[in-house]
Design a binder for this molecule. Sequence first.
Ligand SMILES: N[C@@H](CCC(=O)N[C@@H](CS)C(=O)NCC(=O)O)C(=O)O
Length: 408
Amino acid sequence: MTRRSDMGPERPLKLYDFPSSPNCLKVRAVAYELDLRLELTTVNIFRGETEAPGFRALNPNGLVPVLVERDFVLWESNAIITYLAATHPTPSLLSTDARERADVDRWLQWQCAHLSPAISRIAFERTVKPTTGRATDAPAAASARRDLARHCATLEASLADAEYIAKRLTVADFAVACVLHTSEMVGLDLRAFRRTSAWLQRMLARDSLQRALADARESLHAMYGCTAGRRDDDARRSSTRRDEISRPASSYRSEDPQGEMQMADILHRVGIKASLNDVYKALTTVEGLSGWWATNTQGDGKVGGVLQFRFGAGGFDMKVLELAPGKSVLWQVVDGPAEWIGTKVHWDLKQDGDYTMVLFKHEGWKEPVEFMYHCSTKWAIFLMSLKSLVETGKGAPDPNDVKIDNFN
Ligand SMILES: N[C@@H](CCC(=O)N[C@@H](CS)C(=O)NCC(=O)O)C(=O)O
């Protein structure tokens, strides 16, 4: 576990937290809305830290978030946010009127019993299964999507005559907004639910939520450091836990006719003054690959084999799916950063005048997160390294590659 901040001596509130968890996000956001200080301890759910006896003693369910206030230990995010609001009445996020309170409780239960399970089911079919090599159960995914749409319609109707879920801003808004925020990760397009969409944007724009999201970004960077080269064995365990928080505000998403979100691809075209076969060799042999991408490259470059590219502490494992000599190479990422797992890397080669033209595609990003912007630039740099290797005999593979930013 990593301690992330040291706070003042008075009334310390410790939160055992995982940055990309929506249930932790809601607790941080409510705490910040109430102007409370939190001492955050990251429990890496992907590294089995929730199974440590010390953590199990706090929460026998082995789940984050957990709040510790002196000798009082509380788990279940909705119980935590309700407790925080009840013990810090200003600004008021929880009514003392029984009916108003029941209205808030209703939405908290609804989030837990209906909204979250529907999103988890979609995430399981759309993200977890593909990254673990299992086939998506299309009817199950469709049924979960229908459920989620139904729940969104319920929310949409309730927002017809009010700015907030329970008429005024309450903990219920934070609980539902933080969970619904992750639905975008699993391909739900909220635009059809105009009021819900506007309400969610209003919630996400609040200083408290922005701060809670910034915490997540900061702690993910602290956990994984240089993300470009990191390995994330964890990605296969969950999808709702991915780095949804790092999607830039300007990113776009689009839909296909079935209403499914389309994935994003990185595309490049580079001309290399060399033969098709020389370029093909640089893409298919360990010697070639270590000459332009990662000096530390090992593995089996034949169809069905796995190539291991290592960059400092981390790297990528690529399964070779297809090889057409002098024409094309297709890899699939089977290990590496969470955002890469399951994506495919296509190399299509063709002769065009003096050039062997390389048409490069890194296909299947779930969404254009900031890390994708970074990887796009890095791919361009490594493609220039490939060109240089094949044309001059000298590439610039890691660790001698051009470093572009604080990711790498
Ligand atoms: N109902 C619980 C759910 C908590 C939960 O599912 N936490 C996830 C992170 S969002 C977790 O700790 N997962 C760890 C694991 O499954 O090992 C709450 O609202 O606090």
